[in-house]
Design a protein around this ligand. Structure first.
Ligand code: AMP
Ligand code: MG
Length: 451
């Protein structure tokens, strides 16, 4: 293994803190860090998904109406298609008497135009016969017969032209925009796209996310308890969060705090993943391998790997410290051309880091125009009185009060190393940097977490 200042064997480690650059990281604001990550996230390619399976995906192209909609004048309800003029003055005690034409069921077309003085029975959704300009609801009519026995209809209300008829093109004109690229496809889109014949929908590919947990103390979830060791709980959490963001997680397992092992794994991941997420090893500890690697990426602003390779693979640091709690050592880089997000190993900080940086990156990769988390204003139900030099993101429950106000309940066990509050969190209350926090009853900004 390569001997590094601050690396595993520590042989060359210098004693004075800071002289190896570990403590000299330059913190940027979470906003700036988000901006850098989103700017570095490149959109992935697109593919066709069957309409019924495209829910939750992001549209990759503008889709347009392939016809006018409705495509023909449509009866809005069951009744009789009439010429409105033929019913002028009709009322319950002086109904208009019209000759009955052949009925038109939904899916059929009338054999002939409606002649003056006639009414045609139509069902909801049927094409209104040519010549007719209104539909009178069935309840305002009665069947009758003429002197010679021919079928007729009594119309007990005067119809207005256009009544109960959806004219052709009322909702969409041929070519009008249905949805833009980056749109999250929801059930309503299925109705819209199905209407216009989009059996297959162009969507962004699901980004592939390589996930590594670094830390020599880590064991796989299925391992029996062992002294001094803990199970890797971050990988599965990050995998679920990636899936929740429309991505395909690629679980690469755990890695020891070993520079060579980490570099080899990153290199392999960079070949196939769209985003690489690591957890752990970004602090200033002696064995924090990721921090060491990132520091070097920062020192060499841009490196080119494998000059003989077809593609030039760039590497460079985006940031290695964020002025926030939890997760200040959260880091990001471009590693061999791929976005690399290095989250803290502490489960709480890992979770917050994912929400702040990984989810926006994944959404941006899928063409989402506003990938940053949504914020609302809520009233604090409890005070978070401790001050902090950095902005804080406090895991909280949200409650809709009877007064119509949304209350945020900061959760207990909210330290970055704790995980009890992660499962219950519905939002992250934003406590601004300052000597004191926020008191109960004060308004706070809350970043919404997906449910
Ligand atoms: P690190 O970011 O490597 O300094 O780790 C911070 C803390 O998080 C340590 O207590 C680690 O043992 C713990 N930790 C690191 N990685 C994981 C993981 N994958 N699952 C659960 N805890 C972890
Ligand atoms: Mg560690």
């Amino acid at each position: 293994m390569e001997k590094e200042k601050g690396s595993l064997d520590g042989v060359e480690r210098v004693n004075s803190p800071g002289s190896d650059g570990r403590f000299n990281r330059r913190a940027i604001t979470p906003e700036e860090a988000q901006r850098r990550v989103v700017a570095a996230a490149r959109t992935v390619g697109s593919e066709l998904a069957p309409l019924a399976e495209s829910g939750g995906r992001r549209l990759a192209e503008s889709l347009r109406a392939t016809s006018d909609w409705p495509p023909f004048p449509r009866a809005g309800l069951d009744g009789y298609a009439v010429r409105a003029a033929d019913t002028a003055g009709a009322a319950p005690d002086s109904p208009a008497l019209l000759r009955a034409a052949a009925a038109v069921a939904a899916g059929e077309l009338a054999a002939a135009a409606l002649a003056p003085g006639m009414a045609a029975r139509v069902m909801t959704g049927a094409a209104v016969p040519e010549g007719a300009d209104a539909v009178v609801m069935l309840e305002q009519t009665a069947e009758a017969s003429l002197a010679g026995g021919a079928a007729a209809v009594l119309v007990r209300a005067a119809a207005l032209p256009g009544q109960n008829v959806a004219p052709r093109g009322e909702e969409f004109r041929l070519g009008s925009l249905l949805a833009e690229p980056g749109t999250l496809l929801r059930p309503g889109h299925a109705a819209l796209l199905g209407t216009f014949g989009y059996a297959d929908v162009p969507v962004y590919r699901r980004p592939r996310v390589a996930i590594f947990a670094t830390g020599s103390e880590l064991m796989p979830v299925e391992a029996p308890a062992a002294p001094g060791r803990i199970r890797d709980s971050n990988s599965a959490m990050v995998a679920w969060m990636a899936e929740q963001s429309g991505a395909v997680p690629w679980l690469c397992g755990t890695l020891p705090d070993d520079r060579a092992a980490v570099e080899e794994a990153l290199h392999r991941a960079a070949e196939e993943a769209d985003l690489i997420i690591t957890t752990g090893g970004v602090s200033v500890g002696d064995y924090d391998v990721m921090a060491c690697l990132l520091r070097e990426l920062g020192a060499a602003a841009t490196r080119v790997y494998g000059a003989e390779a077809d593609a030039v693979r760039e590497s460079g640091l985006l940031f290695n410290k964020v002025a926030m709690r939890p997760g200040s050592p959260t880091s990001a880089a471009i590693y061999e051309g791929k976005l690399l997000l290095c989250l803290s190993g502490n489960p709480g900080a890992c979770f917050v880091g994912f929400e702040l940086f990984a989810r926006p990156a994944l959404l941006a990769m899928q063409g989402c125009a506003s990938p940053l988390p949504r914020k609302i204003t809520a009233k604090l139900a409890l005070s978070v009185s401790k001050g902090s030099p950095h902005i804080r993101f406090v895991r909280s429950r949200l409650r809709y009060g009877d007064d119509g106000i949304i209350y945020a309940d900061p959760l207990a066990f909210s330290k970055s190393s704790m995980m009890a509050s992660i499962a219950d969190a519905e939002g992250l209350v934003i406590i601004p940097a300052g000597p004191q926090g926020l008191e109960a009853g004060e308004w706070a900004q809350v970043m919404l977490l997906p449910t």
